[in-house]
Design a protein around this ligand. Structure first.
Ligand code: COA
Length: 419
């Protein structure tokens, strides 16, 4: 199968880009959906060095723009990046909850593999903070099985709390040990995020001010600074509600080779779906469908977990960082928590996890996340890292694991630098 390459990438700053009037409650947008989308699109095309006229189509990943901002039908908005060059090009939006970005990338890969397209721009975008937390929680719950979960008041923290309890109980972890595992994951992400100038919780941000770069610091917070959100998950186990966008330019291998500049091949992909309602799942201590996606992607790319030099995983909640680490085979089942406690997977590790700071520190504008994972690894692999860097040198083989909903949609890419 002809492989598709990433030849350019851009990530906007992630954050909460609104101003709230404390007296009136009025919310003012200071960096809109439209601006984020255009910045990411222009940045990635500029980074690729490809003439915008040579972009054959634009695919947008976004989860729920109409719920968050009243704006649906994002495809045509992409034209605003290069109105002359992009006018009349095909555009579309792709949705797969928090994996919308990877779904858009996969659709673009299929389009290029078909031979009909040579270069496709993929943008992931979400503007979440125009809504207050209640509205965000309600909107996100649309990615759950509504009758048995959302409608019953089951929030996303609550859904992943079921995985947290499932993992803790299956592997017979004590409460204190389990809490320390989760705090270790969060602290590691906050530490990596300090190196990422685009992170929502970066230098000078809330986690930095509180010095939350060790498990001790998180565990030592007073109850009201780290309250339980959905037992056993606390505030610092939850990803951030972020605004942001990311974009990559994908090219056929031929098109990538015909230009000057680096190229990272998407050597294998895996896409696997789990039953939406968690009541229908076989167990709650592993990501069964994600493991299948990993196996597919590894097989296509001809790699094993031992070949991976860096990964970006979907730490929407700290427990999912643990589960993703096991799904990728970086730790044996039941072992990832202990591996994190032992100090594994930081920038000095053979295979660092989330050098960007992950969803916990970089932020999680849901529809942008999958594209951001690819963009961040592209930057790491091509020697222009944004975020912490791998002490053992440039990563040559990387993987993303992006999940949608309560890991119902699972998307894995294996990336290899070829130019
Ligand atoms: N992690 C750490 N700190 C957070 C945080 C998070 N996820 N969310 C907010 N904070 C901090 C804020 O910076 C603020 O700090 P300050 O008091 O020092 O200014 C404080 O907590 C209160 O912020 P606020 O926005 O009022 O928090 P909230 O209680 O409304 O929201 C959550 C907290 C956990 C409910 C929200 O972040 C959330 O829903 N996260 C999960 C998002 C999600 O489910 N995404 C999809 C995953 S599949």
């Amino acid at each position: 199968m002809s492989k598709v390459c990433i030849v350019g990438a851009h990530n906007t700053k992630f954050g909460s880009f609104v101003q709230r009037n404390k007296e009136t409650g009025e919310i003012t947008d200071v960096l809109s959906l439209y601006e984020l989308l255009v910045e990411a699109a222009r940045g990635a095309v500029g980074d690729s060095g490809i003439d915008p006229k040579e972009i054959d189509g634009i695919w947008i990943g976004s989860f729920a723009p109409a719920m968050f901002t009243n704006q649906d039908h994002l495809g045509p908005l992409a034209l605003e990046a290069f109105p002359e060059a992009f006018r009349f090009k095909p555009t579309k939006r792709v949705e797969g909850a928090c994996a919308s970005g990877s779904m858009a990338i996969f659709d673009a890969i299929y389009a290029i593999e078909s031979g009909r397209f040579r270069n496709i721009l993929v943008v992931g975008v979400e503007k979440m903070n125009l809504l207050k937390t209640l509205g965000v929680t309600h909107t996100l719950a649309g990615a759950s099985h509504w009758p048995s979960e959302g409608a019953e008041g089951m929030t996303f923290p609550a859904l992943f709390a079921e995985y947290a309890k499932g993992y803790r109980d299956h592997y017979k972890l004590g409460d204190d040990e389990f809490r320390r595992i989760l705090a270790t994951c969060a602290a590691q992400m906050y530490a990596n995020g300090l190196e990422n100038p685009l992170a929502h919780f970066g230098k000078g941000g809330p986690s930095d001010k509180l010095g939350l770069v060790t498990a001790e610091a998180i565990l030592g917070l007073p109850e009201d600074r780290n309250p339980i959100v959905a037992d056993p998950l606390r505030l610092h186990d939850c990803s951030l509600v972020s605004d942001g966008a990311a974009a990559v330019v994908l090219s056929s291998a031929d098109a990538a080779r015909s230009r000057k500049g680096p190229a990272v091949e998407i050597s294998g992909i895996g896409h696997s779906t789990e039953r939406l309602a968690i009541k229908d799942r076989a167990n709650m201590h592993e990501l069964i469908a994600a493991k299948r996606a990993v196996a597919e992607a590894f097989k296509e790319a001809g790699v094993t977990s031992k070949d991976l030099d860096a990964v970006e995983v979907h730490d929407c909640f700290t427990i999912n960082q643990v589960l993703c680490t096991e799904a990728l085979g970086l730790s044996a089942d039941g072992q990832a928590g202990k591996d994190y406690l032992a100090g594994r997977f930081g920038p000095r590790d053979r295979c660092p996890v989330n050098l960007s700071g992950g969803l916990k520190a970089k932020g999680h504008p849901v529809g942008a996340t999958g594209v951001s994972m690819h963009a961040m690894l592209y930057k790491q692999m091509t020697g222009t890292p944004i975020g912490a860097t791998r002490a053992m040198g440039l990563p040559g083989v990387c993987a993303t694991l992006n999940v949608g909903g309560s890991a119902a949609t699972n998307a894995v890419s294996v990336l290899k630098r070829i130019l």
